[in-house]
Design a protein around this ligand. Structure first.
Ligand SMILES: [Zn+2]
Length: 308
């Protein structure tokens, strides 16, 4: 059996080379290496080159373009604490910059919203830019120590920030459970009022302190819909750098209760038959259901269930 392709934002191929982060001499040499490059993430998005093309009405679905992540020379003027991301497959050191070198995009490049870019980037570049984006966001959000309020400074190649009082902070990832509740040949999907018309998707929510993933799945489904689940089973995960989530995908078996919108997060929740979902997954996707775009792990969960 062949493994399915990684979810979007997984699949970065660089070697993170964590052992180099604590080696200041090697790090300095990597920064000075003429082969050193950097990916760039600014407020408008990630720096890419190629054909951006067009997107369907539905943001990231049915895009026509094809782009790659731009690697700019790191250069001697680069931010001295630009985070070290790792070593590219050819061995070149790679860093992350949160400003355009020289203040403007190099010719033939442009910053593109990361969500849109992910739909038309090779998997390894989407993974790489998601990694860079998450790390740079954490730096911006951790300029002061959460324990004592003093300013923090980056260390370990940009993988730790510490204050003068010895408090250290590490990049964080926030776990979110996303689950497909199934009952034989039907599946429970919900919709939020802000989504495009007819869009329904898997239920989801943040994991809370002191809670296992299985407990989070059961609690979120109960809170949002009044439905009880059993047989919670992990399927796959997706880094979701908006700004720092990790989507943990599950299937759960329906165990009772009448679906209803309970906590105000959902506008509607309903059962859909396997035939109805399969029809929506096909080209055109007519009917009362519009599935999430293929970029989303919710769609991967639905597609796997259709084929199961
Ligand atoms: Zn502190």
């Amino acid at each position: 059996m062949s493994l399915p392709a990684p979810n979007t934002f997984a699949g970065a191929t660089l070697d993170r080379a964590g052992h180099l982060r604590t080696d200041p001499e090697r790090l300095a040499a990597l920064r000075a290496d003429p082969a050193a490059r950097a990916v760039v993430i600014v407020r408008e998005g990630a720096l890419v080159e190629g054909e951006v093309g067009t997107f369907g009405a539905d943001a990231w679905d049915r895009p026509t373009g094809s782009v790659r992540a731009v690697r700019v020379p790191l250069g001697p003027d680069a931010q001295p604490d630009a985070p070290f991301l790792g070593l590219e497959p050819g061995g070149a050191p790679l860093f992350a910059l949160d400003a355009l070198p020289g203040g403007a995009p190099p010719a033939g490049t442009e910053p593109l919203n990361l969500r849109a870019a992910a739909a038309i980037l090779p998997a390894e570049d989407a993974g790489l830019l998601g990694y860079a984006s998450g790390l740079l966001h954490w730096h911006r959000a951790t300029r002061f120590c959460g324990k004592c309020g003093a300013a923090t400074a980056a260390g370990e190649g940009g993988h730790v920030r510490s204050c003068r009082n010895g408090h250290s902070h590490h990049p964080r990832t926030d776990p979110v459970v996303i689950m497909l509740v199934t009952d034989g040949d039907r599946v429970l999907l919900g919709r939020q009022a802000v989504w495009p018309e007819r869009r329904y998707s898997a239920l989801a929510g943040f994991v809370e302190p002191g809670e296992s993933l299985e407990e989070a799945v059961a609690r979120e489904v109960r809170e949002e819909t009044g439905v009880e689940v059993a047989g919670v089973r992990y399927v796959s995960s997706q880094p979701w750098p908006f700004p720092a989530s990790l989507m943990l995908g599950f299937e759960a078996r329906y165990a009772g209760g009448q679906p209803a919108t309970l906590d105000g997060e959902l506008e509607d929740v309903a059962w859909f038959s396997r035939d109805e979902v399969a029809a929506a997954a096909g080209e055109g996707g007519a009917g009362r259901l519009l599935l999430p775009p293929r970029l989303a792990i919710a769609r991967r969960l639905v597609d796997a269930w259709i084929g199961s």
